[in-house]
Design a protein around this ligand. Structure first.
Ligand code: BGC
Length: 284
């Protein structure tokens, strides 16, 4: 007997994202690219879970996200820095430590797309995506690790000396025509994350990644902002709904917490099953 996929989504209800357990009280989280999309939701989620938050950004406003953090009763500080610039990342960590005393959680989230077919892709498009998405995470992970190793475990807030969370993508495993720079950066993040997890684990630093699928953010508006685009997108999502930024924030809070203390060196996909290759539900 074969089970046909339901013609309509069976359940588009969303979880109550505000019911966030207070898992991160007394900790400080630095989130890069935190004034829009997934980064913004992660920053607010960290505050909801009890952490003070550094909101890194490069362009645009930070008022909304800082207000949202304060509305959760936490401190929020915006720091402008280009994550692909070594001196700016170093200065950002200095300022973070000067402001909060230390940092416990770093979510290396900032990322962008510059899409082109291979034969049209310029060197600048290739470099820009690799610099921000991969080198940016390397620089933030390096500065985070320096502080975690210097400080060691703060038993009163966590059994780990620090947590690094890399924002990857389903495209760390799913090839993506027309996006070779982006897919390569995410494949690179995968191996960087695993290597750092191996290297830092003896210091009780955990390094993990999140692999979001299609999430409703400005990076992919054209994939969901018309009925036709949304329907086409749903052919790639077995769970039949687009992801919300808060779906990713939930995973980030979990990974940052001691609930995930034995999780190290893995990517948690939050993708509604996109990495289950739904094309094979009928073919193959
Ligand atoms: C990309 C989005 C895309 C999604 C699923 C993400 O990593 O940034 O543009 O919709 O992967 O393909």
């Amino acid at each position: 007997m074969t089970t046909a996929a339901p013609a309509t989504p069976f359940n588009n209800d969303l979880p109550n994202y505000k019911a966030m357990p207070k898992l991160l009280v007394g900790q400080t989280a630095l989130v890069t690219g935190a004034n829009s999309g997934i980064g913004e939701a992660v920053a607010i989620g960290m505050a909801r879970a009890g952490a003070d938050v550094v909101v890194n950004y490069i362009v645009g406003e930070t008022d909304m996200v800082i207000k949202a953090i304060e509305a959760e009763g936490r401190k929020g500080v915006a720091i402008k820095a280009d994550v692909s610039n070594e001196a700016e990342v170093e200065a950002m960590f200095k300022q973070t430590i000067a402001t909060f005393g230390t940092v416990d959680i770093v979510v290396a989230n900032a990322g962008l797309q510059r899409d082109s077919a291979l034969v049209d892709m310029t060197m600048a498009e290739w470099q820009k995506v690799l610099s921000v998405n991969l080198t940016g995470q390397f620089l933030c992970a390096r500065e985070a690790a320096k502080e975690f190793l210097r400080r060691g475990v703060r038993k009163e807030v966590s059994v780990a000396a620090g947590k690094i969370i890399c924002m990857s993508s389903v495209h760390e495993v799913i090839p993506w025509s027309g996006h070779v720079n982006y897919a390569s950066s995410k494949g690179g993040i995968h191996m960087m994350m695993k290597t750092l997890a191996q290297e830092l684990a003896p210091h009780r630093v955990r390094v993990n990644a999140i692999g979001p699928g299609a999430i409703r953010t400005p990076i992919n508006t054209s994939a969901w902002d018309t009925a036709e685009a949304y329907a086409a997108l749903m052919t790639l999502v077995p769970y039949k709904r687009i992801g919300e930024p808060e779906d990713i924030a939930n995973v980030a809070v979990f990974l940052a917490s001691d609930m995930a203390d034995y999780i190290n060196g893995v990517t948690i996909f939050a993708d509604g099953g996109m990495t289950c290759y739904p094309g094979f539900s009928t073919g193959g």
